[in-house]
Ligand binder design. Structure first.
Ligand SMILES: Cc1cc2nc3c(=O)[nH]c(=O)nc-3n(C[C@H](O)[C@H](O)[C@H](O)COP(=O)(O)O)c2cc1C
Length: 215
């Protein structure tokens, strides 16, 4: 299991939206979860949790809660629903506010204005990437998707997700079925050249307000 070179994992990882029903070795799921807990995280807060759905009943319950019309699935949903494993990486803002109120951090007011970015979601997203990469390394397909805002309550209710944890999205894992299935955005858009997105030393003219060329 998992003997690809790191560069091959990075290059081969892509979102898979067309799965077969072939089962996934539970050891790979376990490894992906162990790897997830190696993700970098602010203050070693580890304010994350992973809801694992790996039975046909649980997986179906997820798609019922997360979809508009599971009885008339489009190509995307048909391909995605076959994934035998669904993982919901969840983040806890409260865990971070509490952690940073500890003595070695000292943000005892727990003022949310102190947070430059929502580290709880960032850290959980980094953990999700490790799950995706572990699946790729094991020769499996995987995909990260968001939960539509109008389905959030139903998904929480279906699995009794506690109020202080937020699913940041969903990771599907399974074997790639023959054929591409529903097409993702990369079929409609080109990858930006590195030179277009990297700025070395400075970005624009120093000493003035910068208007982004793309604005
Ligand atoms: C935060 C996030 C949300 C995404 N949501 C969806 C989604 O709802 N449906 C989907 O098919 N793909 C979704 N994707 C996958 C992206 O379309 C995909 O990562 C992007 O097009 C780049 O392609 P690649 O990951 O295959 O290289 C999402 C990816 C991320 C990171």
């Amino acid at each position: 299991m998992g003997d690809m070179e790191f560069q091959d994992v990075v290059r081969h990882r892509k979102m898979v939206r067309n799965y077969s029903t072939e089962s996934v070795d539970p050891a790979i799921v376990d490894l992906s979860l162990h790897n997830a807990t190696r993700a970098p995280n602010a203050g070693f807060s580890q304010g994350w949790a992973f809801l694992v759905l790996d039975t046909p009943d649980d997986v179906r319950r997820f798609w019922v809660a997360a979809s508009d019309d599971i009885d008339h699935p489009d190509e995307w949903l048909t391909g995605m629903m076959r994934a035998p494993v669904v993982i919901l990486p969840c983040s806890s803002k409260a865990a971070y506010l509490n952690r940073y109120a500890e003595d070695d951090k000292g943000w005892t007011d727990q003022d949310e204005a102190r947070w430059p970015k929502p580290f709880w979601d960032m850290d959980t997203a980094m953990a999700a990437l490790l799950i995706l990469q572990t699946a790729t390394d094991a020769g499996l397909g995987s995909c990260f998707i968001g939960i539509p805002p109008d389905k959030d309550a139903a998904v929480r209710a279906a699995f009794a997700i506690p109020d202080d944890f937020d699913p940041v999205g969903v990771v599907t894992i399974g074997h790639h079925a023959p054929g591409e299935g529903a097409k993702g955005s990369p079929t409609r858009r080109a990858r930006k050249p590195v030179a277009d997105v990297v700025h070395r030393g400075r970005w624009g003219q120093l000493g003035g307000h910068q208007a982004s060329p793309s604005a």
